[in-house]
Design a protein around this ligand. Structure first.
Ligand code: 13P
Ligand code: SF4
Length: 466
């Protein structure tokens, strides 16, 4: 199913995880897919004898449609406590026939619809997506690779994006206008992306303009250059496009920040404070030169002196999944496995990145494992579906997640095979469900910020004791 482009993108062939023997994660327990494990934990808890690791929320074992019509909130898991912005996507009622279909029936229906749609359809699956959905993906990769993959299938009228909302928006902006990008469950948002809404960013920008003005210095540098992480709404990407700014991903953040510092005296980085802080520190910027902007406080809660003398203003956003990793988990992993190599995602806190051997994007983590010798041991600090898949793919290595509690990206986890069957069978009937369309007035400036990033030579984000 994965063609040459999939290989070039670094995506891996789908279905491989089903062929290989499940491997342990979080140390010592044999498990299959993350969803199967979560269901087993629930059964164990009901019987009062769970021998498997715990999950961070019992709600994860429920069907996503049980939450779709509940307001407010994206659903179970770590993002439940995050602030849900007004206008966040809401999923309508999933027809009963999909709720009650067995796994076998859904599998048959999805495969049949996929076959009948043929080249008119491409299914994209993010690294963090559950295996029960990934098995149908034509391409598997990180958010940026998937946006590129969407572009590579000009014959596809429908691009079904099994990821989260901002990823589908980016795919829509980079694909042809006649290609429909579909998010099978509209409640699959990114809680971190939602922490920076456009109104708060505009308020912040106006306050920064009051302090720094808008005149360039003698070297032609603007007072502030805005940089947004790919994990942000299209509106924020458009804001960056309109204000001399740029988009970055976790694999090119350092390259992008260098570009921004050539054009600006300081950078406003949103929404992830940790990626911003970790990247700036790796570039030699001191913590005293960074401010943390909390949109719920006057003047962002920042000290004026630090703002004036600083180089980086970090937005007060974070990823609920990556925030769970701790220095103590790394200490335990090293104690139990003296030869372990610890790699964490740069959305983890600075303390965790410092304690790890290396930090890097999802793609970098995957590449490091693929290049490692048999017998290597890795403790990984990123989303559990990816870690478990890598463990399944590499039975010759010991690969486990730093966190022994199973805590997937609860919003991405809301893409369930039932939704996939529903959107695909609708497409067969000529009905386009859950189309993500970014209005051209936003898409046009957002593309400017994306294209600025694309023109930069991509480099792997790398820091620590690599
Ligand atoms: P990638 O950009 O590596 O796909 O990661 C997206 C993400 O959501 C990380 O938490
Ligand atoms: Fe967003 Fe975190 Fe999920 Fe990534 S893992 S999509 S940053 S909530």
């Amino acid at each position: 199913m994965c063609n040459g482009l999939g290989v070039a993108l670094g995506s891996f062939a789908v279905g491989e995880s089903q062929k290989r023997k499940p491997r342990p994660f979080a140390g010592d327990k044999e498990v299959g897919s993350i969803d199967e494990t979560i269901q087993l934990i629930r059964i164990g808890e009901q019987q009062g004898s769970s021998s498997l690791n715990a999950a961070c929320s019992s709600g994860l074992a429920a069907n996503p449609w049980d939450f779709d019509e509940m307001a407010p909130g994206y659903g179970p898991g770590a993002s439940m406590a995050d602030i849900l912005p007004a206008g966040a996507p809401r999923q309508g009622t999933l027809p009963q026939e999909y709720r009650h279909a067995s796994k076998q029936e859904l599998d048959l229906r999805i495969r049949t619809a996929k076959q009948s749609l043929g080249e008119r359809l491409v299914i994209l699956g993010h690294f963090y997506q559950r295996d029960e959905v990934i098995r149908y993906a034509d391409f598997v990769g990180d958010s940026f690779q998937l946006a590129q993959a969407a572009k590579s299938r000009p014959a596809a009228e429908a691009i079904v994006f099994c990821g989260v909302h901002f990823m589908a928006e980016t795919a829509d902006m980079l694909s042809r206008p006649d290609q429909a990008v579909i998010l099978p469950n509209l409640a699959a948002g990114c809680s971190m992306a939602d922490m920076a809404d456009i109104d708060s960013v505009i308020d912040c920008w106006e306050e920064l303009e009051d302090i720094f003005g808008s005149a360039r210095d003698g070297d032609g540098r603007a007072p502030v250059v805005p940089v947004t992480y790919m994990n942000s709404s299209a509106a924020l990407k458009a804001f960056c496009g309109e204000h001399g700014g740029v988009v970055c991903t976790s694999s090119n953040a350092e390259t992008v920040l260098r570009w921004a510092f050539e054009r600006g005296q300081r950078v406003l980085f949103f929404p992830d404070q940790h990626l911003g802080r970790n990247t700036a520190r790796a570039m030699g910027i001191r913590l005293e030169q960074m401010s943390l902007w909390d949109p719920h406080q006057a003047m962002g809660g920042c000290d004026m002196q630090t703002l004036r003398n600083g180089r980086v203003i970090l937005w007060h956003g974070f990823c609920s999944v990556h925030k769970r990793f701790t220095v103590e988990q790394i200490r335990l992993a090293r104690m139990r496995h003296p030869d372990v190599r610890v790699i964490v995602h740069p959305e983890c806190t600075m303390e965790v990145v410092d304690a790890a051997d290396e930090s890097g994007s999802t793609d970098l983590i995957r590449k490091r494992i693929e290049a490692a010798a048999p017998g290597s041991t890795f403790a990984i600090g990123t989303e559990i579906n990816l870690v478990q898949r890598l463990a399944n793919e590499h039975p010759e290595q010991t690969i486990f997640c730093l966190d022994s509690i199973i805590c997937p990206c609860s919003t991405m986890y809301r893409i369930h095979p039932s939704y996939l069957a529903w959107v695909l069978e609708s497409l067969e009937r000529g009905e386009v469900r859950n189309r993500i369309t970014v209005p051209e007035a936003i898409a046009q400036p957002a593309r400017i910020a994306l294209e600025r990033m694309l023109r930069l030579q991509p480099g792997n984000y790398l820091s620590g004791r690599a």
